[in-house]
Write a protein that binds this ligand. Structure first.
Ligand SMILES: N[C@@H](CCC(=O)N[C@@H](CS)C(=O)NCC(=O)O)C(=O)O
Length: 79
């Protein structure tokens, strides 16, 4: 089973774009808010090399860019 985590923060418009897509599609993904939990930002930097959000970590690999994340769900996610 694919392991997914979405790193984001409330108030980030690019994160909102991804959260809106997930909500519209009824997709539930574990999320980590890097502002509420600074340790999760450090974790993201370790995984992907930068703290930019949104970032979807797929089986330990970082995928940045909101539009690429949405595209990933369109291509790969089976409900
Ligand atoms: N083109 C990116 C823009 C993402 C972006 O600019 N995110 C901001 C927050 S709204 C950010 O993480 N800035 C801090 C950084 O890049 O380290 C996308 O569509 O995901």
């Amino acid at each position: 089973m694919t392991h997914l985590t979405l790193y984001h923060f409330v108030g980030c418009p690019y994160c909102q774009r991804v959260r809106d897509y997930l909500s519209k599609e009824g997709i539930h993904v574990p999320m980590k808010d890097i502002r509420q939990d600074p340790a999760s930002r450090e974790e993201l930097v370790k995984i992907g090399g930068k703290g930019q959000v949104p970032c979807l970590v797929v089986d330990g690999k970082a995928l940045y860019e909101s539009l690429d994340i949405i595209e990933w769900f369109k291509r790969n996610y089976k409900k």
